[in-house]
Design a protein around this ligand. Sequence first.
Ligand code: TXA
Ligand code: MG
Length: 335
Amino acid sequence: MEVINNIDEYKNILKDEIKKNNLVIFPTETVYGLGANALSTKAVNKIFEVKTRAKNNPLIVHLKNASEIEKYAVIENEVEQKLIDSFMPGPLTIVLKKKSCIPESVTAGLDTVGIRVPSNEIAHRFLELVDVPIAAPSANISSRPSGTRVNDIFNEFDLKVNYIIDGGESRIGLESTVVKVIDNIPVILRPGFITKEDIIDIVGNCKVSEHVLKSVSLNEKVESPGMLYKHYAPNTKCLLVYSKDINTLRKIVNDNKTSKTIILGSEKLQDIPCFKFINYGNTLESISHNIFSLLRKCDMYNGDLIIIEGVEKVGLGLAIMNRLIRTSCFNYIEK
Ligand code: TXA
Ligand code: MG
């Protein structure tokens, strides 16, 4: 895999690569994407193969401008239009009724399609130069933490993808907010940087899918199939812990730690004796920015348990906890 630092020097190569139905890894403001031509079933099938992704989990289609949405999907009401006008370009994916030009392989047979217009400048230039809609999941092998740094992604895809465009560290670090308007009310299927509160400010109303914080059994019908799978997980076993009260939190950590426990948390826990302490930052923004890369880093210490400090489930904290609950395979203590 070749790392591209200057996209302008690779314009024709990237255009050709996408034309040949190959994959290109590109940066966005949320996480890196594993992209391919969304209008080619052959290209889309390669994404599923390379990522070892379940075929019934649909992909998001990335467009260069919101004005292109109606080529690929139907905007059915004012609420959808308002969300598009207010949050695109940006870290929002909106699920809309699909048009027939979007292959079934992208949407896993659903009659809807997730559409996103990234605000990252390099993503925008990439989408402009290839001039086709790009289907892209997060750049990680299924069930692993999403890729937010070139170095984290490189080994996973080295022999399977020819080019990665380097855009530095992903600014946000967590994937986009996925929203679907149901009966005129926006419903968050996957929380992200754009919060419930942000959406209420614009359209006056917003619900969060009940699946965001709970496990989903395989035969349950869910609005967002991505919620079904083990996700965002390092190889080392994880335990997620949370308490508003610092003494309770410290007690849970002390009661559960092993002789080879890595603690991943804020400065609140940094003086607890343990095998290795890793500071993930002290604000929700820094935790979101760092978390996936640090989860990968934890594996390098060969511990036998990662105790992860949880956060309050409000604002961006809801998105962080949605990911961490899955990272820890629902091994979660809250008191
Ligand atoms: O920030 C992001 O969204 C990143 C970057 C690369 O844009 N992409 C990303 O894609 O996170 P992925 O494939 O890892 O997650 C897509 C999520 C899944 O949970 C999937 O189930 C949901 O979006 N999704 C996609 N299309 C959908 C649809 N038609 N209806 C419901 N959920 C959908
Ligand atoms: Mg993903």
